[in-house]
Design a protein around this ligand. Structure first.
Ligand SMILES: Nc1ncnc2c1ncn2[C@@H]1O[C@H](COP(=O)(O)OP(=O)(O)OP(=O)(O)O)[C@@H](O)[C@H]1O
Length: 254
């Protein structure tokens, strides 16, 4: 499947946030979206998910236009992992993961044994089984993030969109989640769109990179072609060095 963004423009009130965005995302690849705070990464993700409506331009999810596709159908094609999700209610972890099965259920239909099996398998793969009866609202930010990843995987969609999935995670979990995501793309052919701040991790795990700057696509291409010391300096306004395969940033304190 392909997600195609065509000549997209979006404003909040009178402020241009995204202008003339043209992008294509394909199944089986990981696309990292980079850009400084406020550059429009979350806005682009919300537009793809149909949570915001563009002022002009089109987004195609496969052959369907995002403005006319029905929500249930969209939920079987794209899953979303938000930055965080605060639940005030005392809902258990397994019930959160089971929400990933909602697109496959009719109104008032309870999840089947098969739905439970899918959710428990995903939780086992993410080492979350021991948390299944915990209250979601009492977990740490990082644990909540892992549970939201599990919910998205249980949704069994062609694409998964992650908004900064590793921002709350310790270094080991950052690599675990990104390696897991990479496996989803390489082994199961899922398309992954992930907004991410760390260029080093993006370089290591993403096939393609989209850099947003001043509301426009600044660079778009294969990671190996896009990442350079000059490009990163232009994007973030600090110096970078490439040492073998690692990208090291240098911030001078005056
Ligand atoms: N609800 C809103 N109303 C008005 N302006 C908004 C709203 N949400 C975001 N913006 C503005 O839109 C611009 C893009 O925001 P967005 O959240 O897409 O950036 P981002 O690249 O995801 O940032 P970050 O890295 O900090 O998460 C920013 O200038 C922000 O102030």
């Amino acid at each position: 499947m392909e997600i195609k963004v065509e000549n997209l423009n979006f404003k909040y009130n009178d402020n241009d946030v995204l202008s003339k965005i043209n992008l294509k995302f394909n199944s089986g690849k990981i696309y990292g979206i980079l850009g400084r705070n406020g550059s429009g990464k979350t806005t682009l993700i919300k537009l793809i998910l149909g949570l915001l409506k563009q002022n002009s331009g089109n987004i195609y999810i496969g052959k369907e236009n995002s403005t006319t596709i029905n929500f249930k159908k969209l939920s079987k094609l794209i899953a979303f992992v938000p930055q965080d999700y605060e639940s005030q209610t005392d809902i258990s972890v397994i019930d959160i993961v089971l929400m990933g099965r909602n697109p496959y259920l009719n109104t008032f239909q309870n999840p089947s044994k098969e739905d439970y099996k899918i959710c428990y398998r995903v939780m086992e793969n993410l080492n979350l089984t021991h948390l299944s009866n915990y209250s979601f609202s009492k977990l740490s930010g990082g644990q909540r993030q892992m549970v939201l990843v599990a919910r998205a995987i249980a949704q069994e969609t062609e694409f998964i969109v992650f908004d900064e999935p590793i921002s709350n995670l310790d270094i080991k979990n950052q690599h675990d989640v990104l390696a897991f995501i990479k496996n989803m793309a390489n082994r199961y052919g899922k398309g992954i769109i992930v907004s991410i701040h760390d260029p080093n991790l993006a370089n290591r795990y993403c096939d393609n990179i989209v850099m947003l700057k001043d509301g426009q696509v600044f660079k778009n291409g294969l990671s190996k072609d896009v990442f350079s010391e000059n490009t990163l300096k232009e994007l973030y306004d600090i110096d970078f060095n490439f040492i073998e395969n690692d990208i090291i940033s240098h911030y001078k304190i005056n």
